[in-house]
Design a protein around this ligand. Structure first.
Ligand code: HEC
Length: 130
């Protein structure tokens, strides 16, 4: 008789513990809602924009519409999935000039720009991706 009582107690104990297990799935689900980062507050963005505004870039480039050259947004989107070496590559293109990627119009060289400044400009441009 004792045995029966004990096993009954064990069964009740086990069943009463079930239930609360799948609550975990809820935690963390609201993390995805984080507000879209305001890139204009990013110092990398501000530095690059300042350099671009102080050069002749904006005579041929706009952020959202193609002018003589492609829009910076299009440039950013085109290279969004490219690796780290793209910054040096595009900086070199700005310094040396070139054509053929977006069309047959030539980008004038900017030989007086330092590699560092050209890279800072590229980093700003790449932040414009959507
Ligand atoms: C005389 C007009 C002109 C000026 C000034 C100019 N660009 Fe360009 N830019 C172009 C053209 C045209 C292209 C497209 C070249 C091509 O098709 O390969 C281009 C392409 C680019 C690209 C993309 C290159 C690629 O290979 O995809 C970047 C980045 C860029 N310009 C940045 C700049 C920056 C930064 C400045 C200022 C220092 C600048 N450009 C000044 C005309 C210009």
């Amino acid at each position: 008789m004792k045995k029966i009582i004990i096993s009954f107690a064990v069964v009740t104990f086990l069943t009463s513990c079930g239930g609360g297990e799948d609550k975990k799935a809820d935690s963390g689900s609201d993390k995805k809602e984080t507000a879209v980062e305001d890139v204009s507050k990013n110092p990398v963005y501000q530095k690059g924009l300042e350099l671009i505004a102080g050069s002749d870039c904006l005579t041929c480039h706009k952020v959202d519409e193609p002018l003589t050259g492609p829009s910076y947004r299009d440039v950013a989107n085109k290279y969004a999935a490219a690796g780290d070496t793209i910054v040096a590559h595009l900086a070199g293109k700005i310094i040396n000039g070139g054509k053929g990627v977006w069309g047959e119009v030539f980008m004038t060289p900017h030989a007086s720009l330092s590699k560092e400044d050209a890279e800072a400009m590229v980093k700003y441009i790449l932040l414009l991706k959507k």
